[in-house]
Design a protein around this ligand. Structure first.
Ligand code: ATP
Length: 224
């Protein structure tokens, strides 16, 4: 394989760390750090995608990137969150089998953003096939609502999900999306009453407060 990318999304052998001569934890961390410093936030370790939070907007999620990763064979493409989404969608359509993506990491690692990118790419894959446009829009539009009620500012993350979620996307065998479901786990309800210093309550309370007219705030004994 060439050592210079023909396209930013073309894979190099070095993108998959199973190509390292010695696969130790130290070597893995060193390679991931070097890649991160070179602007490569995604690394493959076998079938697993390692994502390092860039904490800045990167130009790698637009229509051109989404289109490049919407291929029916993504094996020659560089590690990217869209690749995970496309591989799952393709395997489902081609192999007629359920697929699951597990996202884990510490608070602020980028799990919620990654989940949104996966959903976005899966929706793009359906829409490039002209399948279920209205429902896709509804599913994407659900995120701000969920985050309003379930996310809050913590010391580690300004938009921390204070619940675990299991999102299900349901498709017909053609690949057309026909529904979605969400189960939530362990919502941190105690935050409604108590927040530690430098942390906040769920976003929804601040949205409601910002939208209230002054007289209503006074009536409810809220600061005006
Ligand atoms: N790929 C990305 N590109 C740009 N910014 C990102 C990316 N991933 C994460 N971020 C930034 O990092 C912040 C924290 O990410 P995110 O909320 O996804 O973390 P998390 O792992 O879900 O945290 P928690 O467990 O606290 O909910 C985001 O609000 C965003 O600003």
């Amino acid at each position: 394989m060439a050592s210079v990318r023909a396209q930013p999304w073309a894979a190099l052998e070095a993108d998959n760390l199973t190509s390292l001569a010695e696969l130790t934890e130290t070597n893995l961390l060193k390679a991931i750090e070097e890649r991160y410093r070179a602007g490569l936030i995604y690394t493959a370790v076998g079938d697993i995608l390692v994502a390092v939070n860039p904490f800045q907007e990167l130009l790698m999620y637009d229509g051109a990137w989404s289109g490049a990763y919407a291929a029916t064979d993504v094996s020659g493409l560089a590690p990217h969150i869209y690749r995970v989404a496309s591989a799952a969608y393709n395997s489902m359509v081609q192999g007629k089998k359920n697929q699951v993506c597990v996202i884990s990491g510490e608070s602020g690692a980028g799990k919620t953003e990654s989940a949104k990118f996966i959903m976005k790419q899966v929706m793009n894959m359906c829409s490039s096939a002209g399948l279920g446009l209205k429902l896709q829009q509804k599913i994407i539009q659900l995120n701000p609502l969920l985050e309003a009620f379930g996310n809050a500012r913590t010391e580690l993350n300004d938009n921390s999900s204070r619940f675990g979620k299991f999102i299900q996307l349901l498709f017909e065998s053609s690949g057309r999306i026909v529904g979605a479901g969400l189960e939530q786990y362990l919502l941190e309800k105690s935050r409604v009453c108590v927040q530690t210093e430098k942390e906040r309550n769920f976003h929804i309370f601040y949205y409601l407060y910002a939208g209230l007219p002054q007289e209503k705030k006074a009536q409810l004994h809220l600061k005006v």
